[in-house]
Ligand binder design. Sequence first.
Ligand code: FAD
Ligand code: NAP
Length: 476
Amino acid sequence: MFRKIFPTKCVVKVAQRYYGTTVRPRICIVGAGPAGFYTAQYILKHLDNSDIDIVEKLPVPFGLVRFGVAPDHPEVKNVINTFTKTAENPRVRFLGNLSLGKDFTLQELRERYHAVLLTYGAERDNTLNIPNETLQNVLSAREFVAWYNGLPGFENLNPDLSGESMTLLGQGNVAVDVARIVLSSKTDITEYALEALSQSRIKTVHLVGRRGPLQAAFTIKELREMLKLSNCATKWRVDDFDHVEETIPNLPRPRKRITELMVKSLAEQEQHKTPNSGRCFQPIFFRSPVNFIGTGKVEAVEYVTNKLVEGRALPTDQRETIATDLVCRSIGYRAVSVDNHINFDDRKGCVINAGGRVLKQNLTGSDQTIDDIEDKYEIGLYASGWLATGPTGVILTTMNNSFGVADTVCRDFKSNTIRLKGSRTGLDLSGRAYVSWNGWKAIDSEEIRLGEAKGKLREKLTCIQTMLQIASNASD
Ligand code: FAD
Ligand code: NAP
């Protein structure tokens, strides 16, 4: 794919200059999620003699593949096999339990490596900034997902599943993941969450979007799964589909197929009785939350009704209040700056970069007048994945972005934009309780062993101290 963008001829030409030195390029990748592993994979293949350290905040690798992807989608996690091959390449070191911003600074990394790639993802979430957002039982989907996926630090979230209805604000695939996990009867998931979900009394999940069916952010595969969920009825609001059917012939293909599916499901809903379980999935469109209502605990959400103007949701003077026992906002993740020396856009929540090259701190990217690469970019500093693009896109999107950024890194070495003036030492690991790849393998084996006893693929460990203990017994 990248041959098309960067013709082989150009790579060969710059390669001649780069091979003049005997110093090995030493590269640090911060974050062991898909972006980190895909950039490492590409660099290993295209930059001879380079050595790569992947430093990761947690004792365990794989980022959102381990802690985001839904537990009932194990096939998505197969990318872990490719990531493992990369990590086991002798030119790569995995250094887990080391955090940028806590254990070391960006400056330290830049002194100790020829190039630093920031791929530490988007670990917070967006807020609505409406009244009463801090009421009890108003959570974020990010927290809920972290809880059922066993992310250390979330095991005591204890979402209150004792009420009958739950509201998801936002209609992306994360919201649909949460709806499916809550409404499905069985799932292979962290023990404490499985126990809590099996006691759950939630019967109705509202999936509320500010725009209409033609703008829904969820994708067809995820909708199909909801429609096929056993013991669960899907109920659409007929009014939300005014004039939708007539637009179908003119829609682009993916949007056309998902709209056809929604319209078909709407037409069939009269025939489908609510199952004995009483479980119901209710997408609701054209509503923006404006207030959470309740004393102590959330009891209802007040919405403004929107109309659509040129694809944008504009409020009308109509309001609607819908009762609920639990709310999860699911309006996107958010990256944060973990070091003052990162040129960061707080509004968009991403590192300010152009094609992965991080811009100098006083620059925003809109300034087209600077031609000199050294005046424009922090030489040797890059970002990829959700930290660079913002928190959208599936693993494949992250892979394409990361391969592109890694290609720029390779070209910058080969063109001497990054100068290999002296060898670099890499992180000073003395006195640091880091987890090596063998340490992770020991944790992995223990999780598989614990899972076997329960008839599951694995039982994730959630206590960092336990992980460190197991890893410390592994040889390097
Ligand atoms: P991440 O995966 O978040 O990886 C970032 C890594 O950096 C993490 O390991 C983190 O611990 C580490 N880190 C954070 N801070 C620091 C620090 N200060 N120092 C060192 N390391 C740090 N895509 C699909 O294709 N299929 C799916 O089914 C799917 N399901 C998803 C479900 C959810 C709930 C979410 C949120 C996303 C899902 N995605 C799915 C999208 C996919 O997960 C992303 O495209 C991808 O994970 C982004 O990769 P990343 O490496 O940029 O970020
Ligand atoms: P997303 O797809 O961007 O959806 C965000 C949703 O929040 C949209 O419905 C958006 O509405 C809404 N929203 C944003 N700001 C809002 C506000 N202020 N008020 C009301 N609604 C607001 O994000 P996501 O669900 O977090 O998913 C992130 C990425 O991961 C996506 O690319 C997704 O496909 C991927 N993912 C994939 C899978 C899978 O493949 N199974 C699973 C999970 C996640 P508007 O459209 O109106 O902005």
